[in-house]
Design a protein around this ligand. Structure first.
Ligand code: HAM
Length: 407
């Protein structure tokens, strides 16, 4: 038996319907903020991802040469592709651009619960607005989307300027290591990485600070202070509950400003359900330097977090027939489908009783067409939840089911 590749999943109908349901809910929520959907190719020129992150990132990607000898990568995320798309068309776009996306990404990671090699991201990018209102809007949209999807989570918001102000004078190599420790939330390792313990203590105090005044008392005055204070105030006005955390460093190295992450309450080790922040990428792809802000939600983690709750199944009719009723049953089934009702017929030539017991498993109504029904031009409609049965014309049966289906 051939197996699926490591780190990938198949989705059976129940699971896929639940996923589509959540996807739709999130699409509706993001549309309310004026974001419109875009799509980009699943593979890109490798360079798009190495330009900012360096060759090291190739290890974490599905990268290969195509038959023309071009270096290609399956997208590990959608921010770089969406920004490439923006740069290609930037001149004709009205700024700020509000885009969202839902698509699969590929990372060559060690699979475990909640971490896959093919996974889906639902994200937004707000391009061309460099204000505290823009930062706050993006965070508020992320909060709204996760809430609407039924996830219980904690939102942590920070700003890279705070942490950077404490390490800016150190060698770039050490700065990178510090960010690495913070990203892994391995705060103990700060003392090993940083030569003087005073600085490690300062960073630890910054990470643990509970309000802005305490945090600025540690960093001293920094140029971003007003922007940070405003962003937090606007978030409060959006009524978004969050926890301040100036230890957020983010794994991807394109972030420049505000950074935020959300952690689901009921997931295990892989509980980061959303990550995002302000960044600049457009100039790297040949465009003008453009401030942007965005996030991506790990859609697979949303599905695990919201649990087994299955979506409402559409009302289903099983049309069952004796051999005399078989041809009429096709017409009856068509009438239900034309009215938008999910309708199933027997394809295996089963007996009436076998068709009825099959119907009981997946239908809400059974439309029976036997010899008598054919002669009288009627159908027998049985409501499987109540057992109630009526003889009706096709039109009345369809109207009855549709009426109940939409109520
Ligand atoms: P990221 O933090 O790398 O950010 O990924 C965003 C989310 O994708 C994570 O919080 C996590 O929920 C989910 N995720 C990541 N890797 C996996 C995996 N292997 N399996 C399942 N879920 C995963 C980004 O990708 C940025 N592009 C976000 C962004 C958008 N920043 C600005 N705009």
């Amino acid at each position: 038996m051939i197996q699926k590749p490591r780190g990938t999943r198949d989705f059976f109908p129940d699971e896929l319907e639940a996923r589509r349901d959540s996807e739709e809910t999130m699409r509706r929520a993001v549309s309310r903020w004026g974001y419109r959907e875009v799509a980009t190719p699943e593979f890109e020129n490798l360079e798009l991802f190495t330009l900012r992150s360096g060759e090291g990132i190739i290890e974490e990607m599905y990268a290969f040469q195509d038959k023309g000898g071009r270096d290609i990568a399956l997208r590990p995320e959608l921010t770089a592709p969406v920004l490439r798309m923006y740069v290609n068309e930037a001149k004709v776009l009205n700024k700020p651009v509000r885009w969202f996306y839902f698509g699969d990404c590929f990372r060559y990671e060690r699979p475990q619960k909640g971490r896959y090699r093919q996974f889906w991201q639902f994200g937004i990018e707000l391009i061309g607005a460099d204000t505290s209102s823009a930062d706050a809007e993006v965070i508020a949209v992320g909060y709204d989307l996760l809430r609407s999807a039924g996830v219980r989570f904690e939102l942590r918001v920070g700003h890279l300027a705070m942490m950077k102000s404490l390490i800016v004078d150190l060698e770039v190599d050490i700065q990178k290591k510090v960010r690495g420790c913070l990203d892994k939330r391995d705060y103990g390792a700060l003392h090993e990485v940083l030569p003087d313990t005073g600085r490690a203590d300062q960073l630890t105090a910054l990470i643990e600070s509970k309000n802005l005044d305490d945090a600025f008392a540690i960093t001293g005055a920094i140029p971003e202070e007003e922007r940070i204070r405003e962003t937090f105030a606007i978030l409060d006005a959006h009524e978004v509950p969050y926890i301040q955390n100036f230890g957020i460093a983010r794994g991807l190295d394109y972030y420049t400003g505000c950074v935020f992450e959300a952690f689901a309450e009921n997931l295990g080790a892989e509980n980061q359900i959303m990550g995002g922040g302000g960044y600049r990428l457009a100039h790297l792809f040949g465009g003008e330097d453009t401030p942007s802000c965005g996030f991506a939600i790990g859609f697979d983690r949303v599905m695990v977090s919201r649990g087994e709750e299955s979506p409402r199944r559409p009302v289903t009719v099983a049309v069952v027939a004796t051999p005399e009723g078989r041809i009429d049953s096709i017409r009856v089934a068509s009438a239900f489908r034309k009215a938008g009702v999910r309708t199933i017929t027997d394809l295996l030539g089963k007996s009436l009783s076998a068709q009825l017991s099959q119907a009981a498993k997946h239908a809400d109504y059974v439309a029976v067409i036997g010899k008598r029904e054919v002669e009288e031009g009627m159908i027998t409609l049985r409501d499987l939840s109540t057992g109630e049965q009526k003889q009706l014309t096709i039109e009345d049966a369809v109207a009855g089911v549709v009426g109940i289906g939409v109520s």
